[in-house]
Design a protein around this ligand. Sequence first.
Ligand code: PEP
Length: 249
Amino acid sequence: MVGNWKMHGRIKENAALLTEVAAWASALQNDVHVGVCVPCPYLAQSQALLSESVVRWGIQDVSAHTHGAYTGEVAAEMAADFGVTYVIVGHSERRAYHRESPELVAEKARRALDARLTPIVCVGETLEQRELGSPERVIAEQLDAVLDAMTAEQVASIVIAYEPVWAIGTGKSATAEQAQDVHAFVRSKLAKTGAAADVVPVLYGGSVKPENAQELFAQQDIDGGLIGGASLKSKDFLAICQAAQTVLQ
Ligand code: PEP
């Protein structure tokens, strides 16, 4: 269960949120792992407040380069210096606002792996693409670029997040059935890489709330969630993680 803070948070409010999440996460059972992907300026704060806890922290994007004249970019190894575990790549907001191509997203995922970090590769279709036909075509294009650029061993070290663009921040989640259909498709693509498809966690993201979490996580191929807005409220994030814990029982 990974929170994506996006461009939210300030040092004072973060301290309260991180401390609360660290406290309740230790009581979770059934192998529920919790992470938060914070804005880069708060990495040192996250490291200081979470390193004694079970909660892992991460970043929301990374450079496709290792170093050099790339003003404003952050290299995976820089994030690794702050104890980071997760790197979100290919979030739909970056694909849309920064015109990130599937190939660029693949490069970023590989840079994360090179730095021994875990890329969370986001894929998902817009509403228009869904209405034009099957979302699978779009997802295959986004996924193939990443899977083709990796060995089976590397594929086994990534996390995938299916996030339908129309469900992100809209309050309108995909139904459990819609999500499961796409997750099963993602799993079949993973199986074709030669990697053990079952070891790659496939998360669902898009308006997950305490009210819909349990039904989503009960689906066979949904292994967890990438949680935006609700991860900024400790109580909601906890309720979502507890829903995952219940379903795993
Ligand atoms: C996200 O941005 O990754 C996301 C899933 O957002 P939300 O939960 O707010 O829809």
